[in-house]
Design a protein around this ligand. Structure first.
Ligand code: ADP
Ligand code: MG
Length: 240
């Protein structure tokens, strides 16, 4: 892996603060000969909520998988000054295990295996705790997946496709939970989301990833007003 010497690398529209909780510098990830991430520099500050939007195949999951160590970068650098937990695309629960056992697995790297704080955060999960995770609704499964990630007491949680396959009312309920978690515990959130409106509404900063590159970045409120972002991601179908 090629490491860059300079830490203060510029991103397209600014520089990365040296006290960032999580930062990537010119990250390159390949699948064989195909380049999935082509020099991605981005950051999440302490306690910040940041959105990552972009079309299918842009490299969003690749970025999260690289942050969590599933993918190895071909070049570039990742700095994480805290604990990151990843809620993978498609939830990836153990369907035959109970809700409670799925939650407990989130503490496999240490920490308390007591799931009760997750029942405070998601009271709905308490009455479901002995049910098979595979038998739950999509929204309930997403709560388990987020709860499992939070069992590790992360400083930052990276959520891949929060709203995938969920009804809008369920999505806003889960999104509100993330916002309160952020407000109450100061947990930073990196949110990958096809629903750009939702993502830009609940975050303070955002990145647009297209073809493995950050094409735009800035305050979420500004991006929501940006005509190009509006046309591509807020005005209708997301397409390549
Ligand atoms: N395991 C893999 N092997 C080969 N190519 C992959 C793999 N995972 C993703 N890709 C390719 O990398 C690109 C980025 O994919 P992905 O990160 O899943 O995008 P997104 O999450 O933004 O939809 C796509 O062209 C996809 O086909
Ligand atoms: Mg994806």
């Amino acid at each position: 892996m090629k490491l860059l010497e300079s830490v203060e690398q510029p991103t397209p529209n600014g520089s990365i603060p040296s006290d960032a909780l999580l930062a990537t510098y010119n990250l390159v990830v390949r699948y064989g000969a195909a380049v999935a991430l082509d020099g991605v520099s981005m950051y999440v500050g302490k306690g910040e909520m940041v959105a990552l939007i972009g079309p299918n195949g842009a490299g969003k999951s690749t970025l999260l998988n690289t942050l969590s160590g599933i993918n190895r970068p071909a070049a570039g650098k990742i700095i994480c000054n805290g604990k990151l937990a990843h809620v993978p695309e498609g939830r990836q629960l153990f369907p035959e295990l109970t809700v409670e056992d799925n939650l407990r697995l989130g503490a496999y790297r240490g920490g308390s295996r007591d799931p009760s704080p997750m029942y405070e955060l998601f009271p709905q999960l308490h009455r479901l705790r002995h049910r098979r995770a595979g038998g739950l609704s999509g929204g309930e499964q997403q709560m388990v997946a987020i709860g499992r990630a939070l069992m590790a007491h992360p400083d930052i949680v990276a959520v891949d496709e929060l709203s995938q396959g969920l009804a809008p009312i369920v999505v806003s309920d889960i999104a509100n939970h993330l916002v309160s978690l952020n407000k109450q515990n100061g947990t930073a959130v990196l949110l990958v989301e096809q629903n750009a409106q939702l993502a830009l509404d609940i975050t303070s900063r955002a990145y647009v990833l297209e073809n493995g590159r950050i094409s735009k970045e800035g305050r979420s409120a500004d991006l929501a007003r940006d005509p190009a972002v509006h046309k591509a991601y807020l005005g209708g179908q997301v397409s390549r």
